[in-house]
Ligand binder design. Structure first.
Ligand SMILES: [Zn+2]
Length: 457
């Protein structure tokens, strides 16, 4: 009899908890969809400030703007964490053309890769050798490459459902192409844009010269997918055509910048910290709405939603807008360094940096026990069409926080259209949908709510 009573009490507590969780999650989604602030914040960040490359005036304006938003949110603490960031400037617009015969030219759209050196003052004109991989350079050898522009033309694999996987499968050309081609005497590098569709937008992104001496660095630029197709076809007709390109970007000394941080102190376990964040910097092309203005406003919205629904977290909830994810990861590195130095106990970090599209779920980097715990909440997300709870990567900025106890997670939106925009002039505010953006914020807030309520085992 007593046993039965215990079972009944346990069961009713469980039912009450389930009921409470359902109600709180419903309130988060309801508020996000009817009175969400993220879209308005993103409008300002994107259209009044714009592209926010590390070290730029716009990056500083974004720091000031988001800090003022957090200041007005009624949080317990808001502060700026200093971080030194690299400063690379694009200079005047790049210019390129294919010369199929003397005087017969076709312009193609290019943009310098972030961190690239300039071409010689008058530009650079040379024959082109097309390759599909870094491996292929080795097979060609110096004889075939010396004095030429290397054209990396491996396309993203359209058969992959996860477009980030297709992206990763090609990113080495962009990141290391110039360092590798330089070893064989190439004079410049042109890389096919990491974009799944054919259009005229070149997509920039980080590149590195590794340990190549400064004097031996060769300029590198991305060409639009349409440009890449044209260049490739032209080369097939006549391998001795030439490409001209001109860019005057440069690297300047590091400058001072900041991570923007705000927190609600936990009511019963203030020493346990939950981080939610995105990166405040963006590339200078477009206005960085999807990458990663969306993630920043969604992260701020998580705290706003708790305030608006009257939810008082047990643990400390901290929003971190990281600086310099795109070309250095200095913000994420500095944040983790200080957290470890101060022996702060971070139990969970959630990043949104995959675009502001319809949320599908999360990728989770955790031990088996914690992963199972998150999976047990799956049914609470069903009404909101959130189905993906997959083991995987959390995010670049929260990566440095990894230790053997923390749970890291990334918001996973639908990514089929993400690479139409990523790192290009086409990453602009009009491509973000208000409802999709706000659903993402509510999805993040719901998981943070559950972690806050039940803790991490
Ligand atoms: Zn990003």
């Amino acid at each position: 009899m007593k046993q039965l009573l215990v079972i009944l009490v346990l069961l009713s507590t469980q039912i009450n908890a389930q009921d409470r969780d359902e109600k709180q999650i419903k309130a988060l989604y309801h508020h996000a969809l009817t009175e969400g602030s993220g879209y308005g914040w993103l409008h300002h960040l994107s259209t009044k400030i714009g592209g926010r490359l590390s070290g730029s005036l716009q990056a500083q304006q974004a720091v000031e703007y988001t800090k003022s938003l957090l200041d007005n949110m009624g949080l317990d603490k808001v502060w700026l964490q200093p971080v030194k960031v690299p400063k690379w400037v694009r200079g005047t617009p790049e210019f390129a053309y294919i010369e199929s015969a003397p005087g017969i030219t076709n312009n193609v759209a290019i943009r310098a890769l972030g961190g690239s050196v300039a071409t010689p003052f008058g530009g650079l004109k040379a024959e082109v050798i097309e390759v599909k991989s870094i491996e292929a350079l080795k097979n060609l050898g110096r004889e075939k490459i010396e004095g030429k522009i290397v054209f990396f033309n491996r396309a993203m694999d359209p058969s992959l459902i996860d477009t980030f996987q297709a992206y990763s499968g090609c990113a080495d050309q962009r990141y290391s192409g110039a360092a590798e081609a330089g070893k064989y005497g190439a004079v410049g590098v042109i890389v096919r844009s990491l974009n799944l569709r054919l259009d005229d937008f070149p997509h920039t992104g980080a590149m590195s010269y590794g340990n190549t001496p400064v004097a031996e660095r060769i300029p590198a630029a991305a060409i639009s997918t349409n440009g890449a197709e044209l260049l490739s076809t032209t080369l097939k007709l006549n391998p001795s055509i030439k490409l001209y390109f001109k860019q005057n970007c440069k690297n300047l000394p590091d400058v001072d910048s900041y991570n923007v941080i705000g927190e609600i102190k936990g009511s019963t376990h203030p020493e346990e910290i939950i981080v939610v964040g995105g990166h405040l910097d963006s590339w200078d092309l477009g206005d960085g709405s999807h990458d990663d203005g969306a993630g920043c406003v969604q992260s701020m919205e998580v705290l706003q939603l708790f305030k608006a629904t009257g939810y008082k977290p047990k643990r400390t909830i901290r929003v971190v807008l990281f600086m310099n994810e795109e070309n250095g990861l200095r913000g994420g590195t500095a944040y983790a360094k200080e957290a470890f130095a101060k022996k702060e106990r971070h139990i969970f970090a959630l990043e949104s940096d995959s675009g502001g599209f319809t949320p599908r779920g999360f990728t989770i980097d955790a031990n088996e026990k914690n992963y199972e715990q998150i999976l047990s909440w799956k049914n609470l997300f069903e009404p909101y069409l959130i189905h993906l709870f997959q083991k995987g990567y959390g995010g670049a900025d929260i990566g440095p926080l990894k230790d053997d106890r923390i749970v890291l997670a990334g918001l996973r939106p639908d990514t089929q259209r993400y690479f139409d925009h990523h790192h290009s002039d086409n990453d602009t505010f009009e491509h973000v949908n208000q409802r999709e953006l706000h659903l993402g914020a509510a999805t993040m807030a719901s998981l943070v709510y559950l972690i806050d309520t039940y803790g991490i085992k």
